[in-house]
Ligand binder design. Structure first.
Ligand code: SME
Length: 161
C-alpha cells in the first residue's frame, strides 16, 4: 500500500487502541507492537521513561519491540535519546553514523527518531524508533510518531481516573 495510506491506517488503529486500553501501562506495549509489526521500516520501537526522582535524571527502557539494546539506561547528556528529553524536542537523524551523539543499538541502524512524551507540559519519557533505512523518518512519519507520543501523554494524564 502507498505509504500515506498505511500511515493513516496505523494512525487510526492507534487512536482507537488508546481509547480502548485502560491505562498508559497497557497502551505502551500494545502501541510498540503495532508500530513494529505494521511499519516495516521501523526496526526497533521502544519507550524510555524518566526514572522518578532520579538525580541526575535517567531515561530507563520501557516497553519495546526489536533486539535488546545495550543501552537500557541513558543519562540526559548522552545519545539522541538524551538530546530529545533534555531539549523537549523531536530529534530526527537521517544518518546516525554522521551524528556524534548517537549511541549504537544495532549495527544495521541507519536513521532514528526520538519524540518526547509530555504529561501536563513536562517531559516524562520518549518514543524512540530506529530504522535500517537511511532518512526513513520523513515529515509524514514524524507526524505519526508525534501523534503516538501525544496519545501516550494523554493516557498518562487520565491514569487512575
Ligand atoms: N540510539 C539511541 C540509543 C537507544 S537505542 O537506539 C535503542 C541514542 O543514541 O540515544
Amino acid at each position: 500500500m502507498h505509504t500515506a495510506g498505511r500511515i493513516e491506517e496505523v494512525r487510526n488503529q492507534l487512536t482507537e487502541l488508546a481509547q480502548t486500553v485502560p491505562s498508559s501501562q497497557e497502551l505502551m506495549p500494545a502501541m510498540v507492537k503495532v508500530l513494529h509489526e505494521r511499519m516495516l521500516e521501523y526496526n526497533w520501537v521502544g519507550f524510555y521513561l524518566l526514572e522518578p526522582g532520579a538525580q541526575p535524571p535517567m531515561l530507563v527502557l520501557g516497553a519495546f519491540e526489536g533486539a535488546m539494546t545495550p543501552h537500557p539506561r541513558i543519562p540526559l547528556n548522552q545519545g539522541i535519546c538524551g538530546a530529545a528529553a533534555s531539549s523537549s524536542l523531536t530529534v530526527v537523524v537521517d544518518d546516525v553514523n554522521q551524528d556524534p551523539r548517537y549511541l549504537a543499538c544495532s549495527l544495521e541502524t541507519k536513521s532514528e527518531i526520538v519524540v518526547p512524551v509530555f504529561v501536563r507540559g513536562k517531559v516524562v519519557g520518549e518514543l524512540d524508533i530506529d530504522s535500517h533505512f537511511a532518512a526513513a523518518f520523513t515529515s509524514e512519519h514524524q507526524e505519526l510518531v508525534q501523534h503516538c507520543a501525544r496519545l501516550v501523554g494523554k493516557k498518562f494524564e487520565t491514569d487512575g481516573q
